[in-house]
Structures are given as structure tokens and as C-alpha cells.
Design a protein around this ligand. Structure first.
Ligand code: GDP
Ligand code: MG
Length: 304
């Protein structure tokens, strides 16, 4: 490990806001190519790491704070209290609103007060400004500015990307100097995919009682992180039709069992609900290539 240069900044940033304001869209835009979507829990158990923004001089750990916005009923209100409680553990809060839909900040006065009570700096982020004429936007922002104590107000369009550069600058500026909390190159989407494919393979081997030791490979065809569910499509590759029958089982019973136990394992890993769909394909070449790639992959990670 290299020692952190003095100018390196790092910190935890919580993105809060009602469902559909555009939190995921913003994250996808910020993370872009540099995305390291990870779902392991960091030090605090209540927060969920949603993604890392890495640059040579900075690492921003973006957190999801589930349940902060929908307080109906006592149980939900408890959850909100918990979520708001975590806000004093982060360095900065991005409070995202859809100014057109949430045109009256007084309706959110309770939420604003609770966020503010954490004492953490808050940036107000009005999103979807591409939908609002400027002459309507300015008074709306004015009303929101008066409703809380915000360090800055940074209007953006997460979908179009406008203002996102400013938001990143305003964010990084407010983070303390510090080292990267996560490896900058090791925690990648690919790694998580690999771990997931291994979990599936493990369950397949376990349930098939080692009937197909080297004839089975797993390909993750889709890995999508949603608001509260991870959607995974995976294909189990075998070399021959007869093996395909074994993996599928009578009336699909075997592949179903593999899917269920793999899903439970994956849910434990990513700490959220998982939708897992498994299909089975036959391709001797693919299976052999896959094993070769995996062996190569092991050498590579040893080199780095
Ligand atoms: P989340 O629930 O807060 O994570 O919201 P999402 O990121 O899933 O976005 C909800 C919806 O708003 C999606 O249909 C997005 O395409 C849309 N959306 C997000 N950002 C913008 C934006 O800047 N402009 C417009 N017009 N739509 C947006
Ligand atoms: Mg979302």
C-alpha cells in the first residue's frame, strides 16, 4: 500500500430524498465508467454502500439510507429515525428534491428538521431541472433555500448530466483529507459478479453432489442493482445435453433448488433482496474457455 498523499480527500456521503427524485440516476451518472457498485456493509450496519467514486485525489463513498422518506405508521417512523440517526455518521448529506413535485417545502418541514438535527452539512440538490422553465425554477429554489440551512444549493439534471460536475466539486470540497477507505482498484463490479458466479457454482456442485465437477461454468448475463433489489440473470453452462438434463432435473426441480439456495447466499452477501434467474445452456467450448479465464484471473489478481 502506498501512503496517502496529503491532498487526498475521502468521505462518506449519504444521498437522501423521496423515491423517484432521481437518486439512482445521479449515482449512475457520477459513477459512470468509474463505477464500483458494491453492496457490502461498511463499518455501520445500517448504511449501505451504493457506490464508490474514485479519482487519484479522492474517494467518495456514497451511501443509501433506506427508509428515510416514507414515514407512515409507527414502525416506519422508527425506521426513519434510524436512518436519520445514521446521518450524523457521514461527512455530507445530499438532499435531493424534485422541485416541481415538491413545490411546497413546508410539507417536508419535519423531514428537513430531522436531517438538519444530525448536524451534518447538507447540500440541497433540486433535480430534473430540464423539466422546469427557469422562471418557475427560481422561485421554487428560493422557497426551499428559506426552508432550511443548506451549505449550498446545486440544481442539476441527473438524466442530462447538467450541474453534476458542479455537484461533485461542491461535494469533494467539503470532504476531509483522508485515505481511501476501500481499495481503489480491487472492489469492482466485476469482482462482485465473480463472487456471485462462484456462489452459484458452489450451490450447483453441492446439490448435484459433484456429479459434474469440471463440466459446469457459470456466466452472469445481467447484474442490475435497483432501489431495493438486485436482479441477476445467470446461465449455467454444461458440455453435453445429458448434463443439461441433470442440471435442470425433473420438471426443473434441480435448477430451482440451485437457484433458491444460491439466492439465499447472494442475499447474505449483498444485504438486500435478490431476484435470481438461472438458465442452462450447452456449449463445450464456452465451458473450457471459462475455466481457463478463471485460472488466468487468479494469476492476475495475484500479480496486482
Ligand atoms: P430514485 O428512486 O430516487 O433512485 O429515482 P430514479 O433515479 O430511479 O429516477 C426516477 C425517475 O426519474 C426515472 O424515470 C428517471 O429517468 C427520472 N429522472 C431522474 N433524473 C431525471 C432528470 O434529471 N430529468 C428528468 N426529466 N427525469 C429524471
Ligand atoms: Mg433509486
Amino acid at each position: 500500500m502506498t501512503s496517502p498523499s496529503p491532498a487526498h480527500r475521502s468521505g462518506y456521503v449519504a444521498i437522501v430524498g423521496r423515491p423517484n427524485v432521481g437518486k439512482s440516476t445521479l449515482l449512475n451518472h457520477i459513477l459512470g465508467q468509474k463505477v464500483s457498485i458494491i453492496s457490502r456493509r461498511p463499518q455501520t450496519t445500517r448504511n449501505r454502500v451504493t457506490g464508490l467514486y474514485n479519482r487519484d485525489d479522492v474517494q467518495v463513498v456514497f451511501l443509501d439510507t433506506p427508509g428515510i422518506h416514507d414515514a407512515r405508521g409507527l414502525l416506519n417512523r422508527r425506521m426513519v429515525d434510524e436512518a436519520v440517526g445514521t446521518l450524523d455518521e457521514v461527512d455530507l448529506v445530499l438532499f435531493m428534491i424534485d422541485p416541481q413535485r415538491e413545490s411546497d417545502p413546508a410539507r417536508d418541514a419535519g423531514l428537513i428538521a430531522r436531517i438538519q438535527k444530525a448536524g451534518t452539512p447538507v447540500l440541497l440538490v433540486p433535480n430534473k431541472i430540464d423539466k422546469i422553465p427557469k422562471e418557475e425554477l427560481l422561485p421554487l429554489i428560493g422557497a426551499w433555500a428559506a426552508a432550511g440551512d443548506f451549505q449550498a444549493i446545486v440544481p442539476i439534471s441527473a438524466a442530462k448530466g447538467s450541474g453534476v460536475g458542479d455537484l461533485l466539486r461542491e461535494t469533494v470540497e467539503r470532504l476531509p483529507e483522508g485515505p481511501a477507505w476501500f481499495p481503489k482498484d480491487q472492489i469492482t463490479d466485476a469482482t462482485e459478479r465473480f463472487v456471485v458466479s462462484e456462489l452459484i457454482r458452489e450451490q450447483a456442485f453441492h446439490l448435484l453432489d459433484k456429479e459434474l465437477p469440471y463440466a459446469l461454468a457459470v456466466e452472469i448475463e445481467e447484474f442490475q442493482e435497483g432501489e431495493d433489489i438486485v436482479r441477476i440473470l445467470a446461465r449455467l453452462w454444461v458440455e453435453r445435453d445429458s448434463q443439461k438434463g441433470i442440471v435442470i432435473g425433473k420438471g426443473g426441480a434441480m435448477v430451482k433448488r440451485i437457484g433458491t439456495s444460491a439466492r439465499l447466499q447472494i442475499e447474505r452477501l449483498v444485504q438486500t433482496r435478490v431476484f435470481l434467474k438461472l438458465t442452462v445452456g450447452v456449449d463445450p467450448g464456452w465451458t473450457r474457455r471459462q475455466h481457463a479465464v478463471e485460472r488466468l484471473g487468479q494469476f492476475r489478481s495475484g500479480d496486482k
